[in-house]
Design a protein around this ligand. Structure first.
Ligand code: SAM
Length: 245
């Protein structure tokens, strides 16, 4: 397993990841806007549009590695404030920011927060209609285990959607993107959060993540069917979809 530029033992990765998000939690939302020049908002909107949440109080969704709540809030809004969303994250500092944001938006009744790992979901088999994870799965030490857990907690007919940084497939964009991510992002991270290394880790973890077809194959091996993906912004981000049938 790797943590940024270093190779670490499998059990070592999670505490290091936790430290990163504990340190950046308070500035996390601001950093997302700066790092992606606001693009993460469009990608997240597109993700929830593809999911098309039902305006139905019994429709349940689980947003894993949900952090400060961006996906869960969008799901609830898209369901005309009818659906229920659970935000699950391993990091209490990120969830605290999420809870405060939910209260501010008046969404506390529709959203609940659970501190747990994507590798061991504290839910029965077949609980959810949808499982979402945005910019989270590359932080999880055992991705295949997380995918099998996703499959387990979904109802038959349930939908899996994963938004993640991916492989840029445009000749000039890839060079610009590399310069931006390796040089600019750690520096912005240093100015905004005082923490250059956390952002250097995040950039390196993006480079190590499997590309679109390889990740699609992993999702299939976890038991999902009709696996497809679409690229955003030339592949800077990709959205993978699968169904539990
Ligand atoms: N989904 C949010 C978004 O798109 O803004 C937050 C993404 S943030 C880059 C990654 C999140 O993954 C962090 O909140 C971190 O605590 C969480 N995380 C890392 N390892 C995890 C694990 N094993 N299980 C659940 N969440 C985890």
């Amino acid at each position: 397993t790797s943590f940024g530029f270093r190779n670490v033992e499998p059990g070592e990765k999670q505490p290091l990841v936790n430290e990163v998000f504990h340190r950046v939690a308070k500035r996390y939302d601001l950093m997302n806007d700066l790092m992606s020049a606001g693009l993460h908002r469009l990608w997240k909107d597109a993700m929830v549009a593809w999911l098309n949440p039902r305006p139905n109080p019994i429709w349940r969704s689980l947003d894993v590695a949900g952090g400060t709540g961006d996906i869960a809030f969008r799901i609830v809004e898209a369901s005309r404030r009818q659906a229920h969303a659970t935000v699950l994250d391993i990091n209490g500092s990120m969830l605290e920011v999420g809870k405060a944001r939910a209260a501010k938006k008046g969404l506390s009744a529709n959203v609940d927060f659970v501190e747990a790992s994507a590798e061991e979901l504290p839910f029965d088999d077949g609980t959810f209609d949808a499982y979402t994870i945005a910019f989270g799965i590359r932080n999880v030490p055992d991705i295949n285990l997380a995918l099998r857990e996703a499959h387990r907690v979904l109802k038959p007919g349930g939908r899996f959607l994963c938004l993640e940084f991916s492989e840029v497939d445009m000749p000039l964009l890839d060079k610009a993107y590399e310069a931006w991510s390796f040089k600019a992002i750690p520096e912005i991270g240093k100015v905004v959060t005082g923490d250059r290394d956390s952002y250097a880790y995040l950039v390196e973890s993006i480079r190590k993540f499997p590309n679109q077809p390889n990740f699609a194959a992993m999702i299939g091996r976890a038991g999902f069917e009709r696996v497809t993906f679409r690229n955003y912004s030339g592949g800077i981000a990709a959205l993978h979809s699968g169904w539990k049938l």
